[in-house]
Write a protein that binds this ligand. Structure first.
Ligand SMILES: [Zn+2]
Length: 443
C-alpha cells in the first residue's frame, strides 16, 4: 500500500527550501511570509479556510482548519515551522538552497529540520480536504515562523495572543520517527518530552590595572578561564528519569547495554564505549548538561580586564527547577560560585503522557505503515514549539516517519549540519502518516 514517491510533496518541499526563510535570530530575518504565501496558494485552491498572522513585518504564520462536526470531539494540530537556520556554504557539496532532487534525495537547508514535515503535512491536509473529509473533531494545519529563535514571533507569540485560533487537544510536530533497528523490528521514537533550558550569563569581576605589571593582579579573564574549565570538567550525577527508563525498557537493547543505561553510576562510563553520536545523545538524556559557549570581555591589550561575561547553555531534565541547577552550579564552581554573579533565563522541561488516544492512533497507523515496528517514548534533548502547547494543556508529540535509507547517525549529523537532505520515500511515508492519524483520531 505504500507509495515510494510523492511528486506533490517533493515539489512543495523544493519550493519551501528555495524560499530561504533563514532565521539568524534577528527580527528582520526569516521572512516566512514567502512560504506562508506559497502555502496559502497551495491550500487555497481547495477552498480551505486559511488565516494569516503577522506580528512583525514578514514574520508570518498560517493556520488552516477543517472544522469538525462535533464540538466535543478532540482537535488535532499538525504543526511545521517554515524557518531554517543559517548555512556555511563552504561545508556543502551543493547549493544549500537549490532544492535539487537527485537519486531520490531532495537537498537543501531544512530538508530534515523541518520543511520535510511542513510540506508533507500540507499535502496530507489538502488531500483530506479534497477528498471531502468531514471529521467529528477539528483538524488544524499550522505553518509557524521563528521556531529557530525561541518562537518569539511564532508559536510563543501566537499561543499568548491568538489562542482562539490555535486551541487544540493534540499536536504533532518534529522530530522523531527515524527507524531504530532492534531484534524484533524497527523501533520508532516519539518525542514525548523535551529538556528545558536554563541559559545563564556568568559575570566575572576583577580589578583593572596596567598590562605591563600583571604580578598579583585580579584579572577577570584569568578567573573566567577557570570558571569555564570547571564547568567543562564538571560531571554531575546521572539521573534516570521516567521517559528515559520507559524508552530503554521498550528498546530491546542487549542486556548489558540496558543495565548500563538504567544505572546512574554506570551510564557515563558506558557512553565512552558507544559511537560518538549515540554517546552524546545518551549522555544528554541522562544528565543535566553545561556547555560554555560565548565569552565577552576585555578592552585593550595593555589593560587588565575587570569584567568578563560568559554564556553557558544549560539543559535541564524533566522535573528540575532553578534551585536544582544552582545547587549543581555551586558544586561545579566551588569557591568561585560566590565570587561570580549568575543571571539566568529559565524555560523548564515539558512532558506529555503516553496513555493517550493520540499514542493509540499513532500505534495503529505506524503498525500498518512500517512492518514489525513499535513506538518507543523518547526524550528530546533540544527544544521545539511543542513546549508552548504542552504548557497550554495540549498533548504534544514529536514524530514523523523516515525510510530505512536514513539511519539515526545521518539524521543526527544533518540537523543544522552540512549536506542536509531527505529521501522521497520518507516524505511519502510521513504524508500517509498524517492523513491516517487524522482519520483515526478525528472520525
Ligand atoms: Zn526544527
Amino acid at each position: 500500500m505504500s507509495r515510494v514517491d510523492d511528486p506533490e510533496a517533493v515539489d512543495l518541499l523544493q519550493q519551501l527550501i528555495r524560499n530561504r526563510c533563514v532565521n539568524d535570530g534577528t527580527v528582520e530575518s526569516g521572512n516566512e511570509l514567502r512560504s506562508v504565501e506559497l502555502l496559502q496558494q497551495y491550500l487555497g485552491t481547495s477552498g480551505i479556510d486559511v488565516e494569516r498572522f503577522e506580528p512583525q513585518p514578514g514574520r508570518a504564520s498560517l493556520v488552516a482548519r477543517i472544522e469538525g462536526s462535533d464540538p466535543d470531539a478532540p482537535t488535532l494540530m499538525l504543526m511545521g515551522h517554515t524557518d531554517v537556520v543559517p548555512v556555511n556554504e563552504d561545508g556543502w557539496s551543493r547549493d544549500p538552497f537549490s532544492g535539487d532532487l537527485d537519486d531520490g534525495m531532495v537537498w537543501g537547508r531544512g530538508a530534515i529540520d523541518m520543511l520535510n514535515i511542513t510540506a508533507s503535512q500540507a499535502v496530507a491536509f489538502r488531500r483530506l480536504a479534497d477528498s471531502g473529509f468531514t471529521p467529528r473533531g477539528t483538524l488544524i494545519y499550522f505553518a509557524v515562523a521563528d521556531e529557530e529563535a525561541l518562537g518569539t514571533w511564532g508559536a510563543h507569540w501566537l499561543v499568548d495572543h491568538e489562542w482562539d485560533a490555535l486551541a487544540t487537544d493534540y499536536v504533532l510536530t518534529e522530530s522523531g520517527g527515524f527507524q531504530m533497528p532492534s531484534p524484533h523490528g524497527p523501533r520508532l521514537p516519539v518525542m514525548v518530552a523535551e529538556k528545558g533550558t536554563y541559559w545563564s550569563k556568568i559575570h566575572v569581576r576583577g580589578t583593572p590595572g596596567h598590562g605591563s605589571q600583571p604580578y598579583r593582579t585580579d584579572n577577570a579573564l584569568v578567573t573566567a578561564a577557570e570558571v569555564v574549565r570547571r564547568l567543562h570538567e564538571f560531571q554531575p550525577r546521572a539521573s534516570i528519569g521516567e521517559v528515559w527508563r520507559r524508552h530503554v525498557e521498550a528498546m530491546d537493547y542487549p542486556p548489558e547495554m540496558r543495565d548500563a543505561f538504567l544505572d546512574p553510576s554506570a551510564v557515563r562510563d558506558f557512553c565512552a564505549t558507544l559511537p560518538l553520536g549515540m554517546a552524546r545523545l545518551v549522555h544528554a538524556c541522562t544528565h543535566t548538561t553545561f556547555a560554555p559557549t560565548v565569552a565577552h570581555g576585555g578592552t585593550k591589550t595593555n589593560v587588565i580586564p575587570d569584567h568578563m561575561e560568559l554564556e553557558v547553555d544549560i539543559r535541564t531534565l524533566p522535573g528540575q527547577r532553578g534551585e536544582d541547577i544552582h545547587a549543581l552550579l555551586r558544586e561545579a564552581l566551588g569557591d568561585l560560585y560566590d565570587a561570580v554573579e549568575i543571571e539566568s533565563n529559565e524555560d523548564l522541561s515539558t512532558e506529555s503522557p503516553i496513555d493517550t488516544p493520540l499514542w493509540d492512533a499513532l500505534t495503529t497507523v505506524t503498525g500498518r505503515l512500517v512492518r514489525d515496528s513499535a513506538l518507543v517514548p523518547f526524550l528530546m534533548v533540544g527544544g521545539t514549539d511543542n513546549r508552548f502547547f504542552r504548557r497550554a494543556g495540549a498533548v504534544g508529540y514529536g514524530f514523523g516517519l523516515f525510510s530505512k535509507r536514513l539511519g539515526f547517525e545521518d539524521y543526527a549529523t544533518m540537523f543544522h549540519g552540512n549536506d542536509e537532505r531527505v529521501d522521497v520515500e520518507s516524505l511519502s511515508l510521513s504524508e500517509q502518516l498524517w492523513r491516517a492519524v487524522a482519520e483515526e483520531l478525528l472520525t
